[in-house]
Design a protein around this ligand. Structure first.
Ligand SMILES: [Zn+2]
Ligand SMILES: [Zn+2]
Length: 163
């Protein structure tokens, strides 16, 4: 809060130049293969997979983390999860009970751009990395838990800036 750095260029609306996920979301990162996308969201593989299937779904818009979200974002979280499930189905996953979808909570985030972790099968998450993806822990919240939490979260008071 308080140190909102205004972006230097307006060419890519909302893009943060130092954010790798903004680069991916704006199709500027040649290394990353986008698996699925629409107007709002982009999905690609996690470069550090913790399970046989490990993808990230991000909004094109730069949102810092799950703590930046409120009530009005419930739909966004739901749509992110839907894309995650769709990608798993495309990849041949059939047991939709054995999957894990969730968000890391600050300060346990690697990139400051909201991303949903999509992992499958849950039973094959690497035991060395599993601590990062435990539901209800301090560092990880499932998409379902997050949506419940957001229901009661009102937006922060808006500053009306004169323009
Ligand atoms: Zn970003
Ligand atoms: Zn993460």
């Amino acid at each position: 809060m308080g140190n909102m750095e205004s972006s230097k260029s307006d060419s890519n609306k909302g893009m943060v130049e130092t954010c790798i996920f903004c680069w991916i979301a704006n199709d500027q990162d040649k290394e990353t293969e986008v698996i699925k996308q629409n107007k709002e969201l982009v999905c690609f593989r996690d470069i550090n997979p913790a399970a046989p299937h490990h993808y990230l779904v991000i909004p094109r818009e730069h949102i810092h983390s799950c703590l930046s979200l409120h009530k009005a974002h419930t739909g966004l979280v739901k749509r992110m999860a839907e894309m995650g499930r769709a990608v798993l189905r495309d990849q041949g996953i059939t047991d939709m009970e054995d999957i894990r979808l969730g968000f890391h909570q600050p300060p346990y985030i690697s990139v400051d751009h909201l991303h949903l972790h999509v992992l499958a099968p849950t039973s094959q998450i690497s035991k060395y990395m599993s601590y990062k993806f435990i539901p209800r822990s301090n560092n990880f919240v499932t998409e379902e838990q997050l949506r419940k939490r957001l229901k009661n979260k009102t937006p922060p008071v808006q500053c009306i800036s004169g323009s």
